[in-house]
Design a protein. Structure first.
Length: 200
């Protein structure tokens, strides 16, 4: 059996924190795992800014509700699911993902969870597991499943390297340069062609 594991933000949907940064007019919140490989450091940075500006989960959810999949992403995902099984592995949060999953026709999603105060302030985060993307790919492989993995950020590198095959998708220049041994594609057509080669 073969399985496709995809990152969510930057691959199928826009980067949530960048969209919220623009909506809230707080440029610092545009920092993502494309820029900062240490996820805990990045989240602590984000929550500190949210506290300073007295922003709550509901403020972010309003922005997420207005987002749509990237152009061509839904059709790409539909074609993949007609060929094989697809799982989304993301460092996003359950409280962020639901409206986006609906627009993507509810693919299987493994992600993290936010910790909230009674008033809706985000007080922390709970990882599904440490190195969750890499560990999930390895777990699928332990079930005798061959995995193709793809993403666009530093936190996707380990799962791509662990997978039987994979690539970067629209990765920024710094990541392409640092991981030039990993192929990178920039269109859904080229992405699908690489996956088709794996499936064949």
């Amino acid at each position: 059996m073969k399985l496709i594991c995809l990152d969510l933000e930057g691959v199928l949907v826009p980067e949530i924190w960048i969209a919220f940064s623009q909506a809230a007019e707080i440029p610092e919140l545009a920092r993502t795992t494309r820029d900062e490989p240490d996820y805990d450091k990045l989240m602590a940075f984000r929550l500190d800014i949210l506290d300073k500006h007295r922003l709550k989960l509901s403020d972010i959810q309003k922005v997420i509700g207005a987002l749509s999949p990237l152009p061509g992403a839904l059709e790409f995902a539909d074609r993949l699911r007609a060929k094989t099984q697809m799982v989304v592995l993301s460092d996003t949060f359950e409280q962020f993902a639901k409206p986006l999953m609906e627009k993507l026709k509810f693919p299987t999603l493994f992600c993290n969870t936010l910790e909230l105060a009674v008033d809706g302030r985000i007080t922390g985060w709970k990882l599904r597991q440490k190195n969750g993307k890499k560990c999930t790919v390895a777990a699928f492989q332990s079930c005798n499943i061959e995995v193709f993995a793809a993403g666009d950020s530093f936190n996707d590198i380990a799962m791509i390297k662990t997978a039987n095959s994979g690539c970067l998708f629209r990765a920024p220049p710094a990541i392409r340069k640092s991981y030039s041994n990993i192929p990178c594609v920039d269109t859904f057509e080229d992405f699908e062609a690489r996956i088709d080669l794996f499936l064949s």
